[in-house]
Design a protein around this ligand. Structure first.
Ligand SMILES: *Cc1c(COP(=O)(O)O)cnc(C)c1O
Length: 403
């Protein structure tokens, strides 16, 4: 009998998701259409943001956000090093430079002190924005980051790709939904299949700034505007009687094709209806892991906890591989042989050859220390309690300190 392998993450697709996608396939609009509009309104409801721009991926969401801010060559953007590549790459897409911030070695999060320290390394006047990342689903201290950002006159864009469905403590500790943007100009979401809500490929930017939303909507589709209120060359736009030419569109700025198809949006919309259930089940599994893993401390510990109710994306443990007496690769291979898939999130971005080539070698002690110990264990809503016990049992056998 072949043992089924528990992956570190997996989408949960039901028959109603399939029916929602099939309905679009039978309709008139396959690309950006009415379903994408409905999905945007549903995301605005869930996050509390005024405007939502759905797009083709979390990466294009980050790209649209930096475009919406008007970042350009010569500008600098502060990005924590312990994240997925896209959090930093978005700055490079617009020719801006990245200043890598360190993170807390126990949570992996960029704290206000890390932002302050990175700003001290930026060129005077060049830093325009910072992109805090809500790693694993736990939120950064947005109030503290906002205070630092305001002092330095920079904008905050949240990389909330891990965190949809969670909340963080707002004024007088009232829970604020991730994506509300009460301390940021925008928040970016991903609907990659391992994230809490799946679209196949998809993403969104949430914002309370209608002007920024309008720019992002325009640049999402080539920079085209069909009926510009103030066309640059009215003689192209209008007929002799002043009415709009039916074929006309104007491109004032270069844009991209970052649209979401209605096929993908239908999956996102159907999945979003189950968000609360997904988040609740992930929280139950996290609580079970936390309890069972106490037996393996101190060599194996869950990442440290911050306030709020995380929309958990990953279940990450920090392992003292030296004390265990095995390399991480060996532990991963032995876990896989026991049917447990794991992954490492993330190799610090400042160590990537592309960035070392650009900015030279760098040491960020917190990011390096987190990376040296982190391992993501299986976490997805369809897991049973027994699956968690099986993972912890396997980990106990494999990563126990030699007697
Ligand atoms: C997944 C992810 C992204 C990119 O999202 P895609 O939809 O895969 O493009 C960006 N940042 C973080 C932190 C992510 O986890």
């Amino acid at each position: 009998m072949t043992k089924t392998i528990l992956p570190y993450g997996r989408h949960t697709i039901d028959d109603d998701d399939i029916a929602a996608v099939a309905a679009v396939l039978k309709s008139d609009a396959l690309t950006n259409g009415p379903v994408t509009d409905t999905f945007e309104r549903a995301l605005a409801d869930v996050t509390g943001a005024k405007e939502v721009v759905v797009c083709s991926s979390g990466t294009s969401a980050l790209h649209l956000a930096v475009l919406g801010l008007g970042l350009k060559p010569g500008d600098q953007v502060i990005v924590p090093s312990l994240t997925f590549l896209a959090s930093a790459n978005c700055a490079r897409y617009v020719g801006a430079d990245v200043v890598f911030a360190d993170v807390d070695p126990e949570t992996g999060l960029m704290d206000p002190r890390h932002l302050e320290e990175a700003l001290a390394r930026a060129r005077p006047g060049a830093a325009k924005a910072a992109i805090p990342v809500h790693l694993n689903g736990q939120c950064c201290d947005m109030t503290g980051l906002k205070a630092v950002a305001d002092r330095h006159g920079i904008s905050l864009v949240e990389d909330a790709c891990h965190a949809l469905g969670g909340t963080y403590p707002g004024p007088s500790n009232t829970p604020v939904p991730v994506g509300a943007c009460d301390n940021s100009v925008a928040a970016c979401l991903s609907f990659h299949p391992v994230k809490t809500v799946a679209m196949g490929e998809g993403g969104a930017v949430t914002t309370n700034d209608p002007k920024m939303a309008a720019i992002m909507r325009r640049l999402r589709s080539h920079g085209m505007e069909r009926t510009p209120s103030d066309p640059a060359y009215p003689e192209y736009a209008r007929d002799t009687d002043g009415s709009a030419n039916p074929w006309f569109y104007e491109m004032a700025d270069i844009g991209w094709n970052f649209r979401s198809s209605d096929i993908h949006s239908a999956l996102g919309l159907s999945q979003l209806k189950k968000l609360n259930g997904f988040v609740a089940r992930r929280a139950e599994l996290v609580a079970r892991y936390d309890g069972a893993l106490r037996a393996l401390a101190p060599q194996v510990r869950p990442v440290a906890r911050v306030g709020g109710m995380p929309g958990w994306h990953l279940y990450v443990v920090l392992i003292d591989f030296q004390a265990v007496g095995k390399s991480r690769a060996k532990v991963m291979r032995e876990l896989l042989a026991a049917g447990v898939g794991t992954q490492v999130h993330y190799f610090p971005v400042h160590l990537q050859p592309y960035y070392q080539e650009l900015y030279g070698p760098q040491t960020l002690a917190g990011a390096d220390a987190y990376y040296a110990r982190c391992l993501s264990l299986p976490l997805f809503p369809a897991m049973s309690d027994g699956d968690v016990d099986r993972v912890v049992e396997a980990l106990g056998k494999i990563a126990r300190r030699p007697a």
